[in-house]
Design a protein. Sequence first.
Length: 262
Amino acid sequence: MPDAGASQVRLQSDGAVAIVTLDRAEKLNALTPEMIDALAEAASRIDRDAGIRCAILTATGDKAFCVGADINAWSGLEPLDMWRRWVKRGHQVFDQWARLRVPVIAAINGHALGGGLELAAVADIRITVSAATFGLPEATIATCPGWSGTQRLAALIGSSRVKYLALTGMRIDATEAWRVGIVHERVEGKDVLARAREIASGICKLAPVSVQLTKQVIDAGQGEGLAAALEAMAGALAATTADAREGVASFLDKRQPDYRGK
């Protein structure tokens, strides 16, 4: 993982909770290619750690959760590089986050704009400070939402509301974001990360396999990782059978298996 990205995307563990923090407050946590790669590495580490039961995605500073892609990082790219290194890679990483086996909570500490709103949308639960605003301003700089704002966000709040944001470039406040379903809670007079920790703590007290399966089933029903979820659950069910044990045993014993359909 590149040092620049690693220093600006921090992963820490608090018991069974992983906390991933965008740490570029001086640039309003705008995303660079190195930070995208660091987010991918953080997601991989969370998925590999069986002890993690919930993840929190947040940022430093009190102004912005993330204002999207750093314009200095992509404005000079040639069209093919824009596709390969920026749009396609961002999609891969945001999909990776959306499909984590554990619940993800976005603790939105400030404005979530463009790619920042798209990043928040990968979370299963989103809570925000009351001062935050939300928007898709890409058209104001002659580009388009590039990290599934037109797709994942539309699945959350409907295409009509996404059109309102994307076609006007206007922002909505936290109250409106709560009303239309972008966020689940508005935090007033309280640390949004502290509230996220409370929610995560409650999740961690529940049966982890049930929580993770429920997340996968809900997401699969919405088309998020459908094929992988079906195959994983089918494989897990098959592995609990006597036939599965017989299959392994017969392979090791180098004999024909005797399957009983149990």
